[in-house]
Design a protein around this ligand. Structure first.
Ligand code: SF4
Ligand code: SF4
Length: 195
């Protein structure tokens, strides 16, 4: 080490240079507008694409959208969804979820279940304040999921639109179920030149 470098280091140590250097950063930030939110008094504006707690949705006439197909359960990478489906006695060939559970403690908020649903019965909401001392309350059952869906219906509709799963927030008025194209083709009458 050269004499010049050694002198500089000794001088910096004697004058507590590192402390003054750090204080310079602190003083500089005293004149900046604070970016910290005083949560919970102040809350951020959450974007429509936000992946918060999941909720189950109904059509506008009150009927449950879910047809109990289990596709959300199959798509979930965390295996935190359990659907028990049953035949709807009032509507032959129709099924519905008699029980529906989501263990939200295992959920990684990937949104795959929402994408897998053929009838947009599931949506994510902007609800994120559900901390609790009792972990058992974080196993969301069907009534709780519908309660979230009803309470945060506007968020849920905006989520589906923001993720291009519904054209607009009026789409929930229509019953959405698209048969696979292969089924439609198989049931269509053969072209005239073949009959
Ligand atoms: S968001 Fe992802 S992890 Fe959570 S329930 Fe849906 S598929 Fe499972
Ligand atoms: S929420 Fe959708 S994917 Fe899941 S069981 Fe119901 S209809 Fe099927």
């Amino acid at each position: 080490m050269s004499v010049g470098t050694l002198t500089k280091k000794l001088l910096e140590a004697a004058l507590f240079y590192e402390i003054w250097d750090a204080m310079k950063v602190t003083f500089k930030h005293m004149f900046y507008k604070p970016i910290t939110f005083q949560y919970p008094r102040e809350q951020r504006t959450i974007p429509d694409t936000h992946r918060g707690a999941l909720g189950l949705l109904r059509y506008d006439d009150g009927r449950e959208r879910c047809v109990g197909c289990d596709l959300c359960e199959a798509a979930c990478p965390s295996h935190c969804i359990k659907v028990i489906s049953t035949e709807d006695r009032d509507r032959p060939l129709q099924r519905y979820a008699s029980e529906f559970y989501i263990d939200i403690t295992k959920c990684v908020f990937c949104g795959y279940c929402v994408e897998a649903c053929p009838v947009n019965a599931l949506a994510m909401t902007k609800m994120y304040e559900y901390s609790t001392h009792d972990k058992r309350t974080l196993l969301f059952d069907k009534p709780r999921l519908y309660q979230i869906g009803e309470r945060y219906i506007d968020d849920a509709k905006k989520y589906l639109v923001a993720h291009h799963q519904e054209k607009d927030d009026q789409s929930s008025r229509e019953y959405r179920y698209f048969f696979p194209q292969s089924v439609l083709k198989a049931t269509q009458p053969p072209p005239k030149h073949l009959t």
